[in-house]
Unconditional design. Structure first.
Length: 291
């Protein structure tokens, strides 16, 4: 698997495309930005977490009514807050990027928070009218394999990452480790590129190959619901990190009872769907083992 070629493989007759979970990528980018050991440098211009701290201090001092939702927990991260997607999304937003450009007297051509905000919006279309309601065309759904947002991902976002890397590698007077600290982590960059190529491949495959597919919502590739389900399984197992098949099914039934006792329609449906998927997968694995 490379950043230029997505990982596409087949299990029986099912086509599978590997990509990273977009919310996790969002947290990874934010965590690289906030890492004090890194000195991010793009096109010769610093991308510093201190810029965000300065913006936060300025807005607090002036009681600035810009609509920014920056709070103490956005700036001073803990091991828990680093895992919160909402904090990462609010920091890597278009409104924050514009305020940072004004703060820095527009020394940056485009602040990286803005381009990453657009990238995550491309992968986060949640409804047919999301783009219109938010007045953000990047959140509109995909209606064809030639959608302009796919072209933006391949012709704007990926070259932005490549240009960033090339500018850092061409700098003289720094060794390899120092240059790596001027970039996002290698794993994050690799995941971003692979996810873009795989996502484009997925949308084009659905549009050009599957009959009747007229629209695709980007947030359907989010793996958070499945992660939450298995997180609940781990909580049920407590110290048991390797449950048997019967224990797994018992925990699933217990989660169903909890969802019925404390009804929440969305979470109840989500748990039922995921439990059916998990039990079906487990049944296939057991049949393969037994026969």
């Amino acid at each position: 698997m490379t950043s230029e070629r997505p990982l596409v493989f087949h299990i029986t007759t099912v086509r599978n495309i590997a990509l990273s979970n977009p919310p996790h990528l969002k947290k990874s980018v934010r965590n690289c930005w906030s890492n004090p050991k890194r000195r991010l440098l793009c096109n010769g211009m610093p991308i510093s977490w201190d810029h965000l701290k300065e913006l936060y201090t300025k807005n607090r001092a002036q009681a600035d009514d810009t609509g920014l939702a920056l709070k103490f927990e956005h700036i001073h991260l803990t091991s828990y807050s680093k895992m919160r997607v909402d904090l990462a999304a609010q920091v890597l937003s278009n409104s924050v990027a514009k305020e940072l450009l004004c703060l820095l007297a527009k020394r940056h051509r485009i602040y990286f928070a803005e381009i990453f905000d657009r990238f995550f919006d491309c992968l986060n279309s949640s409804s047919l009218s999301a783009g219109k309601r938010s007045r953000n065309p990047f959140r509109s759904p995909y209606r064809s394999g030639t959608d302009w947002k796919l072209k933006w991902l391949t012709d704007v976002f990926l070259p932005y990452l490549d240009e960033w890397e090339n500018c850092v590698y061409e700098r003289e007077g720094f060794d390899k480790s120092q240059r790596s600290m001027m970039l996002l982590s290698k794993e994050t960059r690799q995941s971003l590129k692979v996810t873009v190529m795989s996502f484009v491949e997925l949308v084009q495959y659905l549009s050009f190959t599957i009959p009747g597919v007229t629209v695709f919502l980007g947030n359907r590739i989010c793996q958070d619901p499945l992660e939450n389900f298995f997180g609940q399984q781990r909580q049920r197992g407590r110290a048991n990190g390797n449950p048997s098949s019967s224990e797994f099914i018992h925990n699933t039934q217990a989660l169903r009872i909890v969802s019925n006792t404390f009804p929440s329609m969305s979470s109840q449906i989500q748990i039922l769907k995921l439990s059916h998927i998990a039990v079906s997968f487990l049944a296939v694995q057991l049949s393969n083992f037994l026969f």
